[in-house]
Design a protein around this ligand. Structure first.
Ligand code: SAM
Length: 213
């Protein structure tokens, strides 16, 4: 996942807005106590997500893949004053840490957490979204895209994380595992979809940003 030279990465971090204190704490606690802490967006990507959200000024955000709530708290920074973010995760063991950090944040009244399988929960949502962040199981990325595209307003954005999958997307197809094949399929699907325009940003593990036309 580390595509950049260590010194260059440190330079970029040093010249990017600081990670807010509550997110530093969540980052530390996740690394200390939760399995697979590399899943957390972290300082640079968190600031990128917050910046995108502030640029979009969304009223409704859907996040698929809460984990410990780090990216939800970043994305919530750009919500309008009457805005709401819905975030979904299948892992109920994460609920305590998520509720504690969201509950202690300025966004406690703006973030709604749903626990369950996103493929079951998304069809039940009646909202129209301005921004969707896809960051759950890679095998379902195409499915999530299909489930959310009609719930996205024209001019709205979908951002999908890990679309470079540690660089594995450029392997020969015969050497790709299931997750890499799924990500590659997703990248090709959105790139060929005339309903959207897309840019693949080489931020961290790759962010696919799609704008619905
Ligand atoms: C990469 S982590 C999310 C990281 C988080 N967005 C962040 O940046 O801090 C992926 C999360 O997706 C969740 N997940 C996996 N499959 C899921 C599913 N079918 N429905 C909902 N959540 C799922 C996992 O439990 C995990 O917490």
């Amino acid at each position: 996942m580390d595509f950049l030279d260590e010194k260059l990465a440190a330079y970029i971090d040093a010249h990017t807005a600081e990670e807010p204190e509550h997110l530093q704490q969540l980052n530390r606690e996740t690394w200390a106590k939760v399995i697979m802490p590399r899943m957390l967006s972290g300082h640079l990507q968190g600031r990128v997500l917050a910046m995108f959200s502030r640029m979009i000024q969304p009223k409704r955000i859907l996040e698929i893949g809460t984990y410990t709530g780090y990216s939800a708290l970043c994305l919530a920074e750009g919500l309008t004053s009457d805005g709401k973010l819905i975030t979904i995760d299948i892992n109920e063991e994460l609920e305590e840490i998520v509720q504690r950090y969201i509950g202690n944040s300025d966004y406690r009244d703006k973030i709604e957490t749903l626990t369950g399988n996103a493929t079951d929960l998304i069809p039940e949502l009646k909202e129209t979204f301005d921004l969707v962040f896809i960051d759950a199981d890679k095998e379902n990325y195409c499915r999530y895209y299909d489930l959310v595209i009609d719930k996205l307003r024209p001019g709205g954005f979908i951002i999908a994380d890990n679309v470079l999958w540690s660089g594995n997307v450029i392997k020969n197809r015969t050497d790709m595992d299931e997750e890499t094949l799924a990500i590659d399929l997703f990248n090709k699907k959105v790139h060929n979809d005339s309903r959207i325009e897309n840019v693949l940003f080489p931020v961290r593990d790759g962010l696919m940003v799609c704008r619905k036309i």
